[in-house]
Ligand binder design. Structure first.
Ligand code: PA5
Length: 471
């Protein structure tokens, strides 16, 4: 089992199935050899230096490395103001939304919006990301304009989805409260210079925060983008940053593949990818981390899917996917690298109750057992089943899901993603494919100077529908 290389860790422990000259590891064809990863050590050393030196020079895309040490007083001050409202509606998409959902899902009690205010002691939270009139109407019908704050986030300040959704709420808000009181309920998070949102914030005189220009959307969760709503809902922003800073400090002192888990994971990801394992499955075993996989999927997919390379991130959730995907994972093609995330038993547990009905005596093996331990065994069983059929598994164990450890985990995967990009020789910080989609949309919607994009997308759409069948 990959558990063999465990070593105690305060933040989290990550175990890799490395082949050892130990007969008990026989049959673990998913295990990689040290000789497979060793050739990457120099590129990883250079890559780590490139990240830290580039970040201190303010190089584009690398600002996430320095976020743990940024002054967050303006964020906390705005969060205090925000926390007084009954509801927050956040408008943003991709990197301007997924990190928020991840933080809230992991660190707030479940069914947050349904809890009475006395149990929440903070606003309800709604997200408008997709362009879906039903959703936007649904949110508007659930809130009271008077008691709601609107957080609009766009790094570029121009994304069509975000702008369209915001224009809907802004219009409703002005009609309901008038322009002055409407502006008193808006906060903008955007780049210091580019896009329409910065001048808009100045024009209407609303609150605003700066998304540093050297931080890309999917790397921005530990900037005002993620910290503002988290902090307003009672999640400790300083603790998130503390965990991220600790992680950075630990990684910077580990300069070998054997001791630096970010290096080893980046190298292993490439080794498995080049062996044909072109999917990477992220499978936490806690509902709280469900959104973590979604955040990770964007980070990994958008950073590495370039020039024909990049493995496809797949979001899974234990134990639910044991009853959906595990058949494929264990017995299907050997084209995936698995990460299973489990946590030590939390404070909250259920001792499975005994019952006296004769018909249920077959379940007596469950009576009196902890529900947390059932989940822990489920995770172990999945890893064992995967290992048995030769599938590579990485096991990540969190002692607890708290802000400090989540901050560390975020920073860890950002480092792994960036380093994997360097090994694959792609720029992990741009997103030409996303920009292309945005430009086609601008063209189709008649934005000035995008008519050639409209022409191109129309021609391509015609090719796509050369053979049409209607039923
Ligand atoms: O990571 C990225 O750059 C993208 O996914 C963006 O976050 C997304 O496209 C939204 O862009 P913006 O924040 O500029 O509205």
């Amino acid at each position: 089992m990959p558990e063999k290389r465990n070593s105690a860790s305060d933040l989290f422990t990550i175990s890799f199935g490395m082949a050892v000259s130990d007969p008990s590891s026989a049959g673990m064809s998913g295990a990689a050899e040290w000789t497979d990863v060793a050739p990457f050590e120099e590129i990883l050393r250079a890559g780590s230096l490139r990240l830290s030196e580039g970040a201190s020079r303010g190089e584009e895309g690398l600002g996430w490395k320095t976020l743990p040490w940024k002054n967050i007083d303006p964020v906390e001050e705005t969060a205090r103001w925000l926390s007084e409202f009954g509801s927050i509606v956040q408008i943003g998409i991709g990197g301007s939304a997924l990190g928020n959902q991840m933080l809230h899902g992991a660190l707030l009690p479940p069914y947050w919006n349904e809890l009475p205010r006395s149990k929440r002691d903070a606003p309800r939270f709604f997200l408008s990301d997709n362009v879906d009139p039903r959703d936007n109407h649904g949110v508007w019908n659930l809130i009271e304009a008077e008691k709601t704050a609107f957080v609009v986030i766009s790094k570029s300040g121009s994304t069509a989805e975000t702008m369209a959704n915001f224009l809907f709420f802004w219009d409703r808000l002005k009609v309901e409260l008038g322009p002055k009181r409407a502006a008193e309920r808006v906060v903008v998070i955007t780049d210091e210079k580019q896009g329409a949102l910065r001048p808009f914030a100045e024009e209407i005189g609303c609150r605003s925060l700066v998304l540093p220009s050297d931080v890309g959307g999917r790397f921005s969760v530990l900037s005002p983008v993620g910290l503002l709503s988290a902090s307003a809902l009672g999640i400790s922003a300083p603790k998130l940053l503390q965990g991220a800073a600790e992680l950075e400090e630990k990684l910077s002192s580990r300069t070998t593949l054997q001791t630096n888990p970010a290096w080893l994971l980046a190298a292993l990801s490439v080794v498995h990818y080049r062996k044909g394992r072109n999917m990477t499955v992220m499978m936490p075993y806690e509902d709280a981390l469900d959104r973590f996989s979604e955040w990770y999927a964007q980070l990994w997919g958008e950073s590495l899917g370039k020039n024909g390379s990049g493995s496809t991130p797949v979001k899974a959730l234990g134990a639910i996917d044991q009853h959906s995907q595990i058949q494929l994972y264990t017995d299907g093609p050997d084209d995936k690298l698995f990460t299973v995330i489990s946590t030590s038993d939390g404070e909250e547990d259920i001792i499975i109750p005994e019952t006296e009905e004769k018909s249920l005596m077959g379940l007596s093996y469950l009576f009196g057992q902890s529900m947390n331990s059932l989940r822990r065994y489920e995770a172990l069983s999945t890893m064992a089943a995967l290992a048995k059929t030769g599938k590579p598994v990485i096991s990540l164990k969190l002692p607890e899901i708290d802000p400090r450890r989540l901050g560390a985990l975020i920073q860890f995967y950002e480092n792994v993603t960036a380093l994997t990009g360097y090994i694959l020789d792609v720029n992990p910080f741009d997103q030409p494919g996303v920009e292309q989609g945005k430009n086609y949309t601008y063209g189709l919607m008649g934005r000035p100077n995008y008519s050639s994009q409209a022409l191109e997308v129309t021609e391509l759409a015609e090719e796509l529908s050369l053979q049409q069948i209607t039923l």
